[in-house]
Design a protein around this ligand. Sequence first.
Ligand SMILES: [Zn+2]
Length: 275
Amino acid sequence: MQRGKLQTIGIILLCIIFIIACASVSFSAYGGIDMSSPVSSPVNAGYLYGEKLSSSSTYGHMGLDFASPSGTSVYSTYAGKVITKADLGNSSYGKYYVIESTHPQYSTVKFYHLYCHMSSQSSSITVGTTYPAGTYLGLSGASGNVTGPHLHYEIRMGANSWYSQRNPEGLLARSNSNNYGALNGRVLTSSGSYARNKRISGATKGTDINYGASYSYYVMADGNPFPDESAYNVNYYIARINTGNITLNYDNGARTRSVTVSSNTDSFISDVTLP
Ligand SMILES: [Zn+2]
């Protein structure tokens, strides 16, 4: 009896510790790198991270595409060491770089920034050298497996692996600086699991990284085996939003939520359950 009681108390304590531990996995830290845009061109806002690769695929796009014409200058978004400078010819990423960075809030975690499909790579960039943010890397293009010229920009967190990718949206610039705000939360199915393959509109982005005329956040494609924001106990994280009162629109109006975007603040939105 006594032992049963102790076990019960132990389990309750473990649950409390677990809840505290989960709460302290701060998604605000997710937006903790203050990066600049790699090119002056806008992001292709219709094909964000996690969007279906094609109508016949349930896999998602693993980066952001900047709509840069061939010959657009590409600059590093963040300081780091060049660990790959390669040319895969007509396949995959074509001419691309991998630059390894540290993060001010994750001292033991490496971040990897990929710049892909370039038409030329600067001869002054050498593997093994660390460069500051804003370093000229070369020209964007259409090398590798592409349907047209663009810069595919990708971020990997913890390991330089295809399976360690992260949504650059939360990382591309701090939400809690430059007077932008950020919103994060969970959009759930009627059965309580994370919704996928849905859009969230209503937030507008700042102009220093140009998201094009109309922006909406994309919740990861349903068949994707790669990381999404669920690692942070949320499944959307919209960074660098213009401040003010807005109405978020989930899945083409299935649900709406009026929220206030506050300057330099990450705001958590209570759960939204789709019909
Ligand atoms: Zn891409």
